[in-house]
Design a protein around this ligand. Structure first.
Ligand code: FAD
Ligand code: AMP
Length: 481
């Protein structure tokens, strides 16, 4: 028998679970199909983000940051510790508890919103039907007036370094090490590679990051990328740019190691590691998701084709999150989930793709929103720049957390803020303030006229906005007015 719903969502990551909750809030009878399960074959909600992505990585980043602070930074505050040690399994266990709490939270929200969570692998058939294959192979069928595809993404594997879950791992494996590897290799200096490399470097690993491209963080504002690279190198990350990994060989025996070969400008190179993390990006998940006659199309990179409202070409079939174009970020997927639910309910909600905030949770954090200086140059837009270093921000000095800077780019004619780029303490939260201002079309002057609490890290944002017009108080202005 086919069970009928107003909306069937496939996938319960940030895009899927948010879409399901919003649909239910708007009065629609909603089901969410999720293949991830526990040992009782119950669905585990939250997708990559809650289970093996944003949350567990931040749990380990926070734990390892505390350890690194205790080891390196306490002394300057006059605090000395007699004996400092880490219990890696306890750290990993703490992370697992947080994951359990949050995935359980989604389960409770589903139940409170009367959403039917269904364990199994969903496949879109023609006519908005969804075939569900449970873990035990049993098949059932659902029908949705609307179907939302939110199947997410998985790590990309590359032929030179096949993962074995033990010595060569992907991001998921790197969240489960039970001891600190002495020599850790990371392939890919992207967001995930830098975050996971930082975790283990702080705990004592000698970390080498091999990155095929010659430029460090090419998507980031050049000045901020340069500053970030300097800070991360100072922390001990051995970042090798222009290093393309070509092969690997795992040793036999008990204490396995992996020999990695790579090419750089000087020719063939070789390094041996105790563990290797492959962090070369993620790909959309569509295998087994669509029947041949579903009508849903993929683009040439394997993403489900959608328009700006996340509608596919098929009537009442939508797709959101990592499985569609755009940055693979949880918050981007969540906003799309809300938009799709609202649109199903007849509202005209839109996602402002121009204002997606980006964060790399190293320490200090690297975060940005809007246009970079180089993008504006390419577009021929005239702009002013305001910068402010944390080295002269009172709160950053009080906390002994003074690396980095805020950079604001504003339209030279209208004074409208076009972008904000930060490397520094709490950069993620600081950039968010500017994202809000930009959402309301704020000028640098508007931000400059806003009163900021003293002493706060936010004052660096205030001063950068003032500096864009030569009005910074606590720094010498590049531009005089
Ligand atoms: P996913 O979270 O991948 O969820 C998709 C779900 O669909 C999964 O649960 C999957 O089991 C299920 N599914 C797939 N196919 C089917 C099917 N046929 N039937 C049933 N179920 C199916 N993003 C940030 O914004 N901030 C961060 O700090 C951040 N850190 C990250 C750290 C790491 C280590 C990683 C790996 C990722 C990180 N991300 C971060 C990215 C973020 O996790 C993803 O962008 C986000 O999870 C995408 O959400 P989604 O709902 O599109 O897909
Ligand atoms: P991201 O897509 O941000 O997760 O970053 C992944 C990074 O991995 C990119 O910067 C790629 O250039 C890098 N990368 C991909 N393949 C290789 C390889 N074979 N060797 C070294 N780096 C690689």
């Amino acid at each position: 028998m086919t069970k009928k719903y107003d909306v069937v969502v496939i996938g319960s990551g940030p895009a899927g679970y948010v879409a399901a909750i919003r649909c239910a809030q708007l009065g629609m009878k909603t089901a969410c199909v999720e293949k991830w399960h526990n040992d009782k074959n119950e669905p585990v909600y939250g997708g990559t983000c809650l289970n093996v992505g944003c949350i567990p990585s931040k749990a380990l980043l926070d734990s390892s940051h505390k350890y690194a602070e205790a080891q390196k930074d306490f002394e300057v505050h006059g605090i000395s510790l007699q004996k400092l040690s880490i219990d890696v399994p306890a750290m990993i266990e703490r992370k697992a508890k947080i994951v359990g709490q949050l995935t359980g939270g989604v389960k409770q929200l589903f139940s409170a919103n009367k959403i039917d969570g269904i364990q199994g692998t969903g496949k879109l058939l023609s006519g908005n039907k969804v075939e569900v294959t449970a873990e035990d192979g049993k098949k059932s069928e659902l029908e949705g007036e609307h179907v939302i595809l939110a199947s997410g993404s998985v790590p990309i594997e590359i032929p030179p370094t096949p993962t074995d879950g033990e010595t060569i791992v992907d991001s998921t494996g790197a969240l489960e090490f039970q001891s600190v590897p002495k020599r850790l290799g990371v392939i890919g200096a992207g967001v995930i590679g830098l975050e996971l490399g930082s975790v283990w470097a702080r705990l004592g690993s000698e970390v080498t990051v091999l990155e095929a491209m010659d430029e460090f963080l090419p998507a980031v504002d050049k000045q901020i990328a340069k500053e970030s690279e300097k800070i991360l190198r100072k922390q001990g990350l051995d970042i090798r740019l222009g290093a393309k990994v070509t092969g690997s060989k795992v040793s036999k025996g008990k204490n396995k190691t992996v020999k990695v070969t790579y090419e750089d400008k000087d020719g063939d190179q070789e390094m041996t590691f105790d563990k290797l993390i492959v962090a070369v990006g993620r790909r959309p998940v569509t295998e087994g998701l669509l029947s041949d006659d579903s009508g849903v199309e993929l683009d040439d990179r394997g993403f489900i084709k959608v328009d700006d409202t996340c509608a596919t070409k098929v009537k009442n079939v939508w797709a959101a999150g990592d499985v569609v174009r755009g940055p693979m970020l949880a918050h981007k997927g969540m906003e799309e989930g809300v938009m799709v639910a609202d649109r199903i309910a007849g509202k005209k909600t839109q996602v402002n793709y121009d204002l997606v905030p980006f964060v790399i949770y190293t320490h200090p954090e690297i975060a940005w929103v809007g246009k970079t200086e180089q993008e504006l140059k390419e577009e021929g837009v005239e702009f002013n720049i305001g910068t402010f270093p944390f080295a002269v921000n009172g709160r950053a000095l009080a906390a002994n957390d003074k690396d980095g800077m805020v950079k604001m780019v504003v339209d030279a004619k209208s004074d409208r803020i076009l972008g904000c780029h930060i490397v520094g303490p709490s950069a993620a939260d600081l950039v968010q303030q500017v994202a809000i201002a930009m959402e309301f079309s704020s000028s640098a002057e508007d931000l400059g006229l806003t009163m900021f609490s003293h002493p706060t890290l936010s004052e660096a944002v205030h001063e950068a906005a003032l500096a864009a017009n030569g009005h910074a108080i606590h720094a010498v202005n590049r531009k005089k007015r």
